[in-house]
Design a protein around this ligand. Structure first.
Ligand code: NAD
Ligand code: UD1
Length: 361
């Protein structure tokens, strides 16, 4: 493909990691993003342990991952705040590296329940670090977020953009990043990557894995999908008077499988690079809410009814990545298109609804 800067790019994940097989623990491994990472890692020959308390996912996801990969991913039900159990899992599974996804992620809920967010996200990460240190496991990939950049001061956002937080969820991510930076500075044996995701979207091509929030979706893509299925009647566009080409908000949507492959490249990088590192995982391409609706309509052949509502408090007009560092340092770039994101989401929703019956609400 041709990258953002016109440079020819070949990811060649399999080639880059040939011969390397590790035992990797994924905290939050049965969640939306963790499940896709598990597939990528298992298909590369890694041994994968999914560690999850199932607060926002189901154990059946482990079965779906194994069905896709023909590999035996191990599922362990546990909470990251249970340091002793986490440590015994790290030891019994002979884990060599951890990808840390477990946590709570709803911005609005974090304002209502900040203690839950600091307990799960910050205290949970401290517990994980204690368990890892006790087992002398010092390779960690952390699921961070573009939310650590706060209100964009310039676009596209690179990793040198100042960090700040506008809500407890964002603050928990920032606290964790800062903690991890201190840990890496204290002991040269740590190898840590903070991956700042922009807007993950899409589903696995088999339609066995995807994102299906239980209640009313907070994020755009699942909301659009639920209007397309008829499960919800109308999408509210939060503001059409932004200073953007069509007045609606611009975001950097990234296919969840591209995101998952970024984790593989980050892990490979960490093997030979100690210290603390931050990388944006985005495409560098921004789409408006209106473009998302149109693209989903095209992929699904369904109308997506919408109305225009007031701006959502805290929203910004535009947020998108400068992904050059990940390309230059990790050799990673996103290759899937917006149409891939929409069609895989639609395929997943149709399969899910056919299998489970529509959860109206
Ligand atoms: P998700 O809710 O689908 O997955 C998170 C998983 O963590 C769930 O399976 C949940 O059961 C588990 N979990 C939560 N608390 C736990 C605990 N204390 N112990 C053990 N397991 C626990 O969310 P996701 O979209 O897959 O996000 C994964 C990570 O990526 C999160 O840390 C999130 O903050 C981060 N992230 C997500 C997005 C996004 O838009 N989805 C964007 C940026 C960053
Ligand atoms: C959200 C999170 C942010 C997180 C990011 C990536 C909030 C306030 N912020 O941001 O912390 O890092 O996801 O996961 O939740 N939109 C509508 N109608 C809807 C839903 C969304 O018009 O029903 C619009 C929004 O105004 C925005 C765009 O769609 O312009 C994307 O929204 P969303 O999916 O919630 O992502 P972010 O706002 O980028």
């Amino acid at each position: 493909m041709i990258g953002r800067n016109g440079i020819g790019i070949g990811i060649g994940i399999g080639h880059n990691l040939d011969g390397l097989s590790m035992k990797i623990l994924l905290t939050g491994g049965t969640g939306y993003i963790g499940s896709h990472i598990a597939v990528v890692f298992a298909q590369m020959g890694h041994s994968v342990v999914l560690y999850d308390n199932l607060s926002n996912s189901s154990a059946s996801v482990a079965g779906q991952i194994n069905a896709i990969t023909d590999e035996k991913c191990v599922f362990v039900r546990g909470d990251i705040r249970d340091t002793a159990f986490l440590q015994s899992t790290l030891r019994s599974q002979q884990i060599e590296a951890v990808v840390h996804l477990a946590g709570l992620k709803a911005v609005g809920e974090s304002v209502e329940k900040p203690i839950d967010y600091y307990a799960n996200n910050v205290q949970g990460t401290i517990s994980l670090l204690e368990a890892m240190e006790a087992e002398r496991i010092k390779t960690l990939v952390f699921s961070s977020s573009a939310t650590v950049y706060g209100q964009p001061q310039y676009l596209p956002i690179d990793e040198n953009h100042p960090t700040s937080a506008t809500n407890p969820y964002g603050r928990s991510k920032l606290h964790i990043e800062e903690m991890l930076s201190d840990v890496a500075a204290s002991d040269g044996g740590w190898h840590i990557a903070c991956l700042r995701y922009f807007n993950p979207a899409g589903a696995h091509e088999t339609a066995r894995l995807g994102e299906r929030p239980a209640g009313k979706p907070n994020n755009l893509m699942p909301f659009i999908a639920q209007v397309a299925t008829g499960e919800r009647t109308v999408l509210s566009i939060f503001g059409d008077d932004y200073e953007t080409p069509d007045g609606t908000g611009l975001r950097d949507y990234i296919h969840v499988m591209d995101l998952a492959e970024g984790h593989a490249m980050a892990l490979q990088f960490l093997i030979s690079n100690a210290g603390w590192h931050a990388f944006n995982l985005g495409t560098g391409q921004a789409y408006s809410v209106m473009e998302m609706i149109k693209s989903f309509e095209k992929a699904s052949c369904q109308k997506v009814a919408f109305n225009v509502a007031p701006r959502r408090p805290g929203d910004v007009a535009a947020c998108f990545a400068n992904p050059d560092k990940a390309m230059l340092v990790l050799g990673w770039t996103a290759s899937r298109t917006l149409d891939d994101m929409c069609s895989s989401t639609w395929h997943f929703y149709q399969s899910f609804d056919n299998a489970a019956g529509k959860a109206k609400g």
